[in-house]
Structure formats: C-alpha cells, structure tokens
Design a protein around this ligand. Structure first.
Ligand SMILES: Nc1ncnc2c1ncn2[C@@H]1O[C@H](COP(=O)(O)OP(=O)(O)OP(=O)(O)O)[C@@H](O)[C@H]1O
Ligand SMILES: [Mg+2]
Length: 259
C-alpha cells in the first residue's frame, strides 16, 4: 500500500441511486482497500456494475448514502489520484500520441520525460506504430487499449476499468491483463468489471457479485470461486442466472416494489 493514500480506502455506505424513475443501485455498502488487491465486479447485464464504478469515480453522486475517499469526500483531491476507463471510451480528436500526452498535462513533467512516458505507455499497449494516427480512426479494440494506456500512464493510486477487454482478441486481452498485473505490482489498486469469468479468475484478489442493483456478495476470490455463499452468485457461476426473467426463483428481493 502507498504510504500517502489520497483515495483509499474507498467506502460506500448505504448508497442508492435512481435513474429513469427506477432504483438502479439499492442500499449498497462496500469498502475497497489496497490490501485486498484487484477487485473484480461481476454480475449479469444491467446489474449496476458500470454505475458502481462511476459512483466510485465520483462521476455520479448517489441520491442517498455516502461515498468517501480516504475518509473524505473532496472531489478535487480525488481527481488527481484515480483514473477510469469507461465501457465506451471517449477519445480526444487528436493523435494517439497526443491522447496519452494530454493525460500527463497536469503532472508538469519536463518535455523529454513526458515523451519517454508516452512512448513507453504506447509500447506497453502495443500501439507504438499507430502513434501519429488520429485516435478516432483506431478500431474499437485499439481504442480500448489506448484508453487504458492513457489512464495507466498517470500512475494513479486507483484505476477503475469497465470491461477493459470486452472487444479484444486473445493477444490484446493478454496485453491488457499484463498492464493490470503490472499496475498491481506497482501498488495501484484496480477495481474492474468483466463478463469473462476466466479473466476474473486470473486477475481477481476479491470478487463483488452484483444483481439488480444489490451487492449480494463480496469475498476473497479463492473463497468465491470455490463456492459463493449467495444462491444467485452460485447460479451465475453455473450460467443459470436468467436476467430476462422478470421474477427469479433465486432472488428473495424480487418481490419488492423497487426491484
Ligand atoms: N442514465 C440512466 N437512465 C436510466 N437508466 C439507467 C441509466 N444508467 C443506467 N441505467 C440502468 O441501470 C441499470 C444498471 O446499468 P449498468 O450500466 O450499471 O449495468 P451493468 O451491470 O454495467 O450492465 P452491462 O453488463 O450490460 O454493462 C440498467 O438497468 C440500466 O438500464
Ligand atoms: Mg456495464
């Protein structure tokens, strides 16, 4: 753990969020610490995984409950120490190189050092040969790698990744996972979502299982994958959780009016 933590622990207490007249995050409490390693959020489509990451990054604020970073709720401090890659990354209308360089703008580095870091980040993401290409001409998978390079180059204390390899081929997925592992080695806390349970097994130190806006289980990865306590999580791992069914036989919360 870094000695001067500015963002961790990250704590959500009784957080609820309404969108489109529907409660989409429900009474959610959890705590993220550097000691717990890489935290992987899993759950069916629409469970609230992306919303949870956005709450953690302060991109949205809850209707009820609190989000606190290192014991405080100061948005100014937070921005400098954490970075997020959205499920659909938004890139600047500039070159690939300039997109990464821009992320370092606030760091006030000498130009040569800034250039070295950008080159290194692009090499690590396998994008060196596209450096001078307009970022918007990259394929979707390449854009995803660029978005991760741009976030990681700032060496944040906390890195939030929403399905970082959803559109990537196996080699590119490997590149992404190597960056995530290096982040962990360098003391960056990673909180990410994935639909790839194999990836979750490879990367997770702890797992959070979300279902219809509720956090059903947060457990060390080894314990979770050996057999989760929650019935819905068990069904999800077996591939039996049917998100399109209005009422699930597994979920006691389903009868509630806001479910
Ligand atoms: N701005 C919004 N207005 C209305 N509903 C929203 C809004 N944002 C999200 N939702 C709803 O909240 C629920 C959770 O959305 P979220 O994007 O967090 O799901 P997810 O778990 O990330 O799903 P996926 O696996 O498909 O990425 C969904 O039912 C979604 O339709
Ligand atoms: Mg999502």
């Amino acid at each position: 753990m870094r000695s001067s933590a500015k963002t961790l622990p990250l704590e959500l207490h009784d957080v609820s969020l309404t969108a489109g007249g529907k409660r989409v995050i429900k009474d959610l409490s959890c705590r993220f610490t550097a000691l717990a390693g890489c935290s992987v959020i899993i759950g069916p489509n629409g469970a609230g995984k992306s919303l949870l990451l956005k709450l953690c990054h302060g991109l949205i604020t809850p209707d009820r409950g609190t989000v606190r970073w290192a014991g405080g709720a100061d948005p100014g401090l937070r921005g400098k120490h954490q970075a997020m890659v959205l499920q659909r990354p938004v890139l600047l209308r500039r070159s690939v190189w300039a997109n990464v360089a821009f992320a370092l703008k606030s760091k006030k580095l000498p130009a040569a050092e800034r250039g070295r870091r950008v080159d290194e980040a692009l090499a690590q993401a396998g994008l060196s040969r596209y450096a001078q290409r307009p970022a918007r001409l990259l394929s979707f998978g390449e854009q995803q790698r660029l978005a991760l390079a741009r976030a990681w180059v700032t060496r944040p204390e906390l890195l939030l990744l929403d399905e970082p390899s959803a559109n990537l081929d196996p080699a590119a997925t490997h590149v992404i996972e190597e960056i995530i592992k290096e982040a962990a080695v360098q003391g960056t806390k990673v909180i990410m979502t994935t639909h790839d349970l194999h990836q979750a097994r490879r990367l997770a130190d702890e797992v959070l299982f979300l279902h219809r806006g509720r956090l059903k289980e947060q457990a060390p990865a080894a314990q979770f994958f050996a057999g989760p306590e929650n019935d819905l999580a068990q069904a999800f791992l077996r591939g039996e959780l049917l998100w399109w069914r209005r009422r699930s036989i597994y979920d006691p919360d389903e009868g509630r009016p806001d479910s």
